[in-house]
Design a protein around this ligand. Structure first.
Ligand code: ADP
Length: 545
């Protein structure tokens, strides 16, 4: 019996040694607590918290917590849990001896389940490395997530941009479709003939209006491709139109708009069809020019007729004026003729008396010749005025010279009516491209009207001011202002109409002819009343620059 007990004691001792060895060498920290005071802990426990052997014995476990608040809070939670579950685990931060905070895993096992706070075994595992790698993983994960989010956002943005682009393209396509359709309808239904060429000058499109007015051959001729046809091209002045002068050829070569060129197509017989052609380059690769063709044959014929009528009327009016001016003519001619006669009679007398000094005789003959020449010049001028009936001849003309001539021409009438003519003629005016005879007719007409309008004006106030000026613009302006009775508002609207007259022996053609002459020269003739009485007639003419 004695032996049996001794054996069992040995076994127990042996077990105790083994347990002690396990406790000391365990790879987790194991500590026993009594009323939260460390009664015993193994080496690993001390190592985890950075204490030396035995340093933690009888220490309140509080020193292992980062703060009193954490000690109280975790104690409350842990022991509360142990009351119901008899075991408790968590992961938490604790404090090493050197103050370092670290992560550990804690398992609590009470020795007495009814009073878990009294005796507890605590098992600690240092998981700071795992936590650190978890934190790193978390960081990496968050970074990855951020990258993914960023990428997703970019993709979304790209998708949105793509969607917007698709929408805009669709809208643009619709707009293009509408504008193409509009262009097509406009092109096809436009009443003016249109053709479009490629950059080689070949016609690639023509509209209905052009198909209506021009056959293939005619179009080919008009566009310069019909050199071998029986038709030929002519310019507005009747000269042949060369291939290089064609508006479409010029516009393509010089890349500029060539507008309103009158092109005639002669059919070999006397028939000519006229077109007004405008060509403009198209700024799209592969395209050449867009050319519009308007047939103006009728318009040309009408305007030719009009100018014929105008020439005739102008002639009639001139004759009428000459009739009215018979007194002037008689006076103009009478003076040099009687002077000539006087000189010749003087010479005859001297010849008969044989008493003469040759130099005196010579001088008298010269005077006679001079006066006869003056009379001849007057007759020539009158003949020109009366006889010319053909169309205008445009030559460089000095407007001031024409005005001065007309002032001299009207000298007799001026004196007869007691009129003062006050010329204020601009210096250094450019010339005009004009028919001098026609412009003189206009000036004469305006002067005559002004003189007649002042017949009832007080003599001291009979002033005719004629002014020319050039504002450095394209136009030269001539104004004729009088101090006459002026033109009533009602008459103002009618004075340029043919056959409107307020004079007893008037023809009412003068102003109508003046206006058509000025317009045929590319200018304008207008009338208005002066602020202090009388009327001003003003006309403009393009300067020859
Ligand atoms: P006519 O001199 O034969 O009447 P015009 O065509 O020259 O023909 O003139 C038409 C009318 O315009 C004149 O009858 C006159 O009433 C008016 N008129 C023309 N010039 C003047 C002027 N300077 N002042 C007032 N009225 C004028």
């Amino acid at each position: 019996m004695q032996n049996l007990i001794s054996d069992q004691v040995d076994v127990l001792k042996q077990r105790l040694v083994e347990h002690q060895l396990i406790f000391d060498n365990a790879i987790v920290g194991i500590g026993a607590l009594h009323e939260r005071v460390i009664t015993r802990c193994n080496r690993r426990f001390e190592e985890i918290f950075g204490y030396g052997p035995g340093e933690l014995d009888n220490q309140n476990v509080r020193i292992l917590y980062p703060s009193t608040e954490a000690f109280d809070r975790i104690g409350r939670i842990g022991y509360g849990y142990l009351l119901n579950h008899n075991v408790y685990s968590d992961e938490r931060v604790m404090k090493r001896k050197n103050g370092e905070i670290f992560w550990c895993n804690v398992d609590l096992k009470p020795l007495n389940s009814t009073n878990p706070q009294r005796d507890v075994v605590m098992i600690f595992q240092d998981i700071s490395q795992r936590k650190a790698s978890e934190a790193r993983e978390q960081l990496a994960y968050e970074h990855l997530e951020q990258l993914v989010n960023e990428r997703t956002r970019k993709l979304n943005d790209a998708n949105e941009a793509l969607r917007t682009e698709i929408r805009l393209r669709k809208e643009a396509e619709e707009v293009l479709l509408v504008s193409r359709e509009k262009y097509r309808v406009l092109f096809e239904t436009f009443p003016i003939g249109i053709s479009i060429t490629n950059d080689q000058g070949q016609v690639i499109e023509i509209n209905q209006a052009l198909r209506r007015i021009a056959s293939r051959t005619l179009l080919a001729t008009l566009m310069g491709g019909g050199k071998k046809t029986s038709m030929s091209l002519i310019r507005a002045d009747g000269a042949p139109l060369t291939y290089e002068q064609l508006p479409n050829v010029l516009a393509l070569k010089e890349q500029r708009v060539v507008a309103d060129v009158e092109v005639g197509v002669s059919y070999g017989d006397s028939q000519i069809r006229w077109f007004s052609v405008t060509a403009a380059p198209i700024a799209v690769k592969g395209y050449g020019v867009v050319v519009t063709h308007t047939e103006i044959t009728e318009r040309k014929r009408t305007s030719e007729l009009e100018s014929l009528n105008r020439a005739e009327l102008s002639h009639v009016s001139r004759l009428n004026m000459m009739g009215e001016m018979a007194a002037t003519i008689i006076h103009e001619l009478g003076q040099p003729l009687s002077a000539t006669l006087n000189y010749l009679h003087g010479c005859e007398l001297r010849l008969e008396s044989k008493d003469y000094a040759p130099e005196l005789f010579h001088s008298a003959i010269s005077q006679a010749i001079c006066n006869a020449e003056r009379a001849a010049a007057i007759v020539k001028h009158l003949r020109q005025q009366c006889m010319r009936q053909i169309g205008p001849e445009f030559v460089p003309t000095d407007i001031n010279v024409l005005i001065e001539e007309m002032i001299i021409f009207l000298d007799f009438e001026r004196r007869q009516y007691g009129i003062t003519i006050l010329p204020s003629l601009g210096k250094g005016l450019p010339t005009l491209l004009a028919d001098p005879l026609e412009i003189k007719q206009v000036i004469l007409n305006l002067f005559k009207n002004a003189i007649e309008a002042m017949s009832t004006t007080e003599e001291s106030n009979r002033l005719l001011e004629v002014t020319t000026l050039w504002g450095q613009q394209r136009w030269i302006e001539v104004s004729v202002a009088d101090r006459g009775h002026g033109v009533s508002k009602k008459q103002l609207a009618r004075i340029f109409k043919p056959f409107f007259t307020t004079k007893q022996s008037g023809l009412g053609l003068g102003l109508a002819i003046c206006r058509s002459i000025i317009e045929a020269h590319g200018g304008r003739l207008t009338a208005g009343n002066n602020l202090h009485g009388g009327a001003t007639f003003r006309f403009t003419l393009p300067a020859n620059r």
